[in-house]
Design a protein around this ligand. Structure first.
Ligand SMILES: [Ca+2]
Ligand SMILES: [Ca+2]
Length: 169
């Protein structure tokens, strides 16, 4: 989670808003959730940076002040992504200086095998785990979290350590 501030500047021949850019390197298929709460009307976006500038906007939203909102992208392959937040307004009243909080809550840091992402690996993860191995996706869960061996993909090799984890071994 990051806390930051917005800004507004007068440039040489135009006005610029302060956009904060965060680079995210993804090494496996994963869900990217970019979540924000800001004191100002914010513009947030997820940009595919794999091909360099200017990048391709994958999802974006304008978020009213003090409302939690997120944009989402399913990264179907490893790559580089920019997570961006800036003020939607073009004057000091709109954006100077105001605070924001952003986070990428999922699935980074999920315990291996916690497919439904409730921070516990237990019997409720079994159906999702099986879905991920057999079908490659599961409703309401995250298949990157089904990767117990840490090679980035859920495969048959993950079954044994997953079961061992359930049994507490
Ligand atoms: Ca779980
Ligand atoms: Ca694996």
């Amino acid at each position: 989670m990051v806390c930051g501030t917005s800004g507004f500047f007068s440039g040489s021949n135009n006005f610029d808003r302060d956009f904060d850019w965060y680079e995210l390197n993804v090494n496996a298929q994963t869900d990217i959730l970019w979540e924000v709460v800001a004191e100002f009307t914010a513009t947030i976006s997820i940009i595919d940076a794999s091909a360099g500038c200017p990048g391709t906007v994958l999802d974006s939203a304008t978020v009213p002040p003090c409302v939690q909102h997120a944009v989402y992208w399913f990264a179907d392959q490893p790559g580089t992504y920019w997570l961006v937040i800036g003020s939607d307004g073009f004057n000091d009243v709109d954006s100077c200086p105001a605070k924001y909080t952003v986070s990428v809550p999922t699935p980074f840091g999920c315990p291996p095998g916690d497919v439904n992402q409730d921070q516990v690996r237990d019997g409720r993860d079994v159906q999702g785990f099986v879905d991920c191995i057999v079908l490659g996706s599961t409703l309401g869960g995250s298949c990157p979290c089904a990767d117990v061996t840490g090679d980035g993909v859920p495969t048959l090799a993950d079954i044994s350590p997953f079961v061992s984890g359930l049994l507490g071994n």
